[in-house]
Ligand binder design. Structure first.
Ligand code: B12
Ligand code: SF4
Length: 451
């Protein structure tokens, strides 16, 4: 019998949040699967509005958005949670207002089951608030909580008030959820080893779409000491590149979408199996779209041909994971990249037509034991290669190789309180790399690139 499923993407509570092609991709994948099993799905994305359902007049400025699908969110000031009270920065709720959410919940058909997702570990207070409000507005409906926060902080997540916590990838756990909560057998199942058995994520649930986020793979063949990829998605699996192009063409032709973002951990790795056929097919089909890679791509795979293909296929926003120019640390953290990879890749990208400003190179700042000098030298090195350094502040993640060293080096009780995983705090700052030094390093990235 057809049941009503409500999916919720919670707000972000943070000091800062920018919509850099953010989408609740996991939730949309589960939505598509529920529909394939014959159920009706509704979704509330607390980050996005206004839609016809969110009709309350809004005070304050309209957030600035860009046609390619990134931009600001609505925000309103929020009281800081007690552990963050001493941090001298404003804290905000990003997304729709509580009133809009309550109004929406009151108008909807009562669901039989609610699924809530979670993303960054330190965004959990928004998840807790959502679950509390759901219980107040529609009491008695079972609530299942999944997503990265649950996968990475399962004990802490017990406090969320959900009826069930689901760690890891949700698709394979759906049959059990259907059985336990709805008393139904699944009629359509996916094979987690065969990503092409998954239906396309249900972006049509949005009335207004600026962009579509795409996943061509799950997991990563590397094991960098600061990264949780292998905890979240064990095993490296890829789709058939032709099926990926079909998905892009489906949204482009059927819905007029021109902007796509890739969320892969490792999009360019082993390019013969994905990037080369994917880009060639996009070019062959003359799909006039633009592609954005907000996540770090692998520099080691950028050859002259790859750079030309990326440029021709319409890869406009390109960001690479370099992290540090310190050779020792490159090896100690997993060896995904060398300085030669950066020099070679940037030269090819410039030759293919990208400008230095287009080539964003992520640098990790605030690793345990890292000095400001190391980051300063990395910034200069990236500039000398004619690329743009982009600082990403290290966010310590439970279960990663660097976790214990992070717990030891952090001035915050990161093991007891996930709020302190927040990259904005520079959680592992020390006298070697203080917050003031970090602000100075940020300024250095903004000064002109060397000629
Ligand atoms: C794409 C990505 C981004 C994108 C945007 C992502 C987004 N949607 O918000 C960008 C580039 C903007 C980004 C930025 C950052 N990111 Co990021 N990002 C990722 C990445 C690679 C993929 C996330 C994703 O969408 N996966 C695909 C979907 C399908 O998975 P999913 O949503 O998790 O859903 C699945 C399961 O979780 C589960 N599930 C989910 N919800 C539910 C609900 C229920 C009920 C059930 C049953 C199951 C379930 O089933 C789903 C399907 O399988 C992850 C790493 C990873 N592999 O997950 C890092 C990751 C989440 N990011 C991380 C970090 C550190 C950051 C930054 C702080 C980096 C920095 N220093 O600047 C910034 C902060 C962003 C901000 N403040 O806004 C960390 C998390 C840190 C933390 N403490 O939580 C991760 C884990 C990477 C890492 N270092 O290991 N990120
Ligand atoms: S290469 Fe990237 S995604 Fe893979 S483990 Fe390292 S940081 Fe994580």
């Amino acid at each position: 019998m057809k049941k009503n499923i409500l999916l919720i993407n919670p707000w972000i509570y943070d000091f800062a949040a920018y919509d850099f092609w953010l989408a609740p991709l996991g939730l949309l994948s589960l939505a598509a699967l529920f529909r394939k099993n014959g159920h009706a799905v509704q979704m509330i994305d607390c980050l996005r509005g206004p839609s016809p359902l969110f009709t309350l007049p809004r005070s304050g400025k309209q957030p600035k958005r860009f046609p390619s699908g990134h931009g600001h969110f609505f925000k309103e000031p929020l009281q800081k949670p007690p552990p963050l009270r001493s941090i001298p920065r404003r804290y905000n709720r990003y997304g729709i207002s509580v009133e809009e959410l309550r109004n929406d919940l009151q108008k909807r058909i009562r669901p039989d089951l609610i699924l809530v997702t979670s993303m960054m570990t330190y965004w959990y207070p928004a998840v807790f608030d959502i679950i509390r409000i759901l219980k107040e507005e529609i009491p008695g409906v079972p609530i299942i909580l999944g997503g990265n926060y649950v996968t990475l902080c399962p004990e802490h997540a017990q406090l969320a008030g959900a009826d069930l916590l689901v760690r890891g990838e949700g698709e394979s756990q759906l049959p059990k959820i259907l059985k336990d909560f709805l008393g139904q057998d699944s009629t359509f199942q996916v094979n987690p080893l065969e990503l092409d058995s998954y239906p396309f994520p249900a972006y049509d649930l949005y009335e207004h779409r600026e962009q579509i986020s795409i996943l061509t793979s799950k997991g990563c063949p590397f094991h960098c000491s600061y990264c949780a990829s292998h905890l979240i998605n064990p095993g490296y699996r890829r789709r058939n590149p032709m099926k990926v192009v079909e998905e892009i063409a489906y949204w482009h032709k059927g819905y007029g979408i021109k902007h796509f973002s890739f969320y892969d951990d490792a999009l360019l790795i082993e390019p013969e199996g994905m990037a080369i056929p994917l880009l060639n097919e996009i070019i062959r089909r003359e799909l006039t779209c633009q592609f954005h890679c907000p996540n770090g791509l692998h520099l080691r795979e950028v050859t002259g041909d790859m750079a030309k293909l990326m440029f021709k296929a319409g890869f406009r926003t390109i960001r690479f994971g370099f992290e540090t120019a310190d050779v020792r640390r490159q090896l100690d953290t997993g060896g995904k990249v060398t300085n030669d990879h950066l020099e070679r890749a940037v030269a090819y990208l410039l030759e293919a037509g990208y400008a230095p400003q287009d080539i964003g190179v992520y640098l990790l700042c605030g690793l345990p034991g890292q000095t400001a000098r190391e980051v300063h030298e990395t910034i200069n090195y990236v500039k000398r290669c004619h690329a743009r350094p982009v600082i990403t502040e290290y966010s310590p993640i439970p279960g990663t190789v660097l976790w214990e060293a992070s717990v030891q080096s952090s001035p915050y009780p990161i093991a007891a309180e996930p709020l302190f995983h927040n990259n904005t705090l520079l959680p592992c700052q020390s006298s070697l790399l203080s917050f003031d030094m970090y602000e100075d390093l940020k300024r250095q990235t903004r000064s002109t690139l060397s000629q």
